[in-house]
Design a binder for this molecule. Sequence first.
Ligand SMILES: [Zn+2]
Length: 149
Amino acid sequence: KKRGEEPLAPSFTPERFKEIVSGKSTKIKPLLLNQEYVVGIGNIYVDEALHRARIHPETGAKALTSSQLDLLHHAIVATLTEAVNAGGSSVKSYVNGQGESGSYQHQLLIYGRKDQPCASCGTLIEKTVVGGRGTHYCPSCQPQAGISK
Ligand SMILES: [Zn+2]
């Protein structure tokens, strides 16, 4: 079975990320969790990266602009780098981080913070299910695409 890009490898450039995402008719969150595209981001870090990039987790991959994908690429790399640093160990600490966030937990901005105020805007964080996974997002910072505020 085809294995996806390793997100902390030098080959995972913004250009490569855009190639992966382009033309996919799925929501962005399940795409990021699909190991055939990108390996080992994990549910917690997908939520964190989407929040940083201010992208709603149910946004269609096709609807994302080039600048949004640049932001998201940067957010993924930054989030995972911080998680690895916080764990003080190898890349495995986030690969195995599907349910455990270890010492990075106190740095999480969105995951597990349902009904707590968003650090950026104070709006209460919401929780929903996307692609079968518990999903946290700020409805103000991450408005659903196509819905004007
Ligand atoms: Zn917010």
